[in-house]
Design a protein around this ligand. Structure first.
Ligand SMILES: C[S@@+](CC[C@H](N)C(=O)[O-])C[C@H]1O[C@@H](n2cnc3c(N)ncnc32)[C@H](O)[C@@H]1O
Length: 230
């Protein structure tokens, strides 16, 4: 095992652990998203677009259990994609997985439209409202009409006591997991750097991007998930 692999494996392990503390019921989010996709796609071949595929959790959650699904994953972060690729190899999914470094604009023009798409834990890293909308519009454009889309991200009205309460709970979960008080206090400041917008604003963005039948199906701490159709 070379040095880079050791570094990446450690990064992957830390990501796996910390994400599950940060998003309680993280695995349930993937299980329900899978059930939603299956209810629309049935037991047939389907192409999935995974926006923000770094880390490879969509691949490990949905790949082995859906042998007729193929995955196109996009992510700008090279290291995160390397982790995803490693997972695809370990799970023997390589023949059904294509990973591209970049944003959704990097998809070749000739790419056929997809049967389903996900964008999990990405939108809150994009600060500008127009850029968020642009990403959602691009995802909509990449889907066949009526096909399912799952969005999950942090949500909340930045100025509200309600969000501050949820941040305190989020910090408390990290304390319970053994993180030090100092580290957790610092994380409380850092988390405010992500782009919180309210549930209503997120649903409005999805609607403006062209999605229909928007339903919030998941909520856990700072994060929520919405299902919708192109
Ligand atoms: C918290 S990780 C989530 C990864 C994966 N979806 C999961 O749930 O494990 C966020 C990922 O989004 C990627 N990302 C950030 N901006 C993006 C964009 N505009 N398009 C696609 N991916 C993006 C980051 O590089 C990172 O790998």
């Amino acid at each position: 095992m070379d040095k880079l692999s050791t570094h990446l494996l450690e990064k992957a392990r830390t990501y796996e652990q910390s994400t599950r503390i940060s998003v309680p019921a993280y695995d349930t989010l993937f299980a329900v998203a899978q059930a939603y996709f299956r209810s629309h796609l049935g037991e047939q071949e389907a192409s999935l677009l995974v926006v923000g595929a770094g880390g490879g959790n969509e691949l490990s959650a949905w790949g082995p259990t859906n042998p007729l699904w193929t995955f196109t994953g996009i992510d700008p972060a090279e290291e995160m994609l390397q982790i995803a690729q490693h997972k695809a190899v370990q799970l023997e999914l390589e023949s059904r997985v294509r990973l591209l470094q970049g944003t959704i604009e990097s998809l070749p023009q000739t790419t056929p439209k997809f049967d389903a798409a996900s964008c999990i834990l990405v939108l809150h890293f994009i600060v500008d409202r127009q850029e968020k909308l642009h990403l959602l519009q691009n995802i909509h454009d990449q889907l066949k009409p009526g096909k399912p889309f799952v969005l999950a991200c942090a949500y909340g009205d930045r100025e509200s006591d309600e969000l501050q309460d949820r941040i305190k709970i989020w910090q408390s979960v990290f304390l319970d997991a053994g993180y030090t008080k100092e580290k957790v206090e610092n994380m409380g400041k850092v988390i405010m750097n992500i782009s919180f917008i309210s549930d209503q604003e997120i649903q409005q963005l999805l609607s403006e991007a062209g999605f229909k039948n928007i339903t919030r199906f998941f909520s856990s701490g700072l994060f929520a998930g919405w299902m919708s159709h192109a």
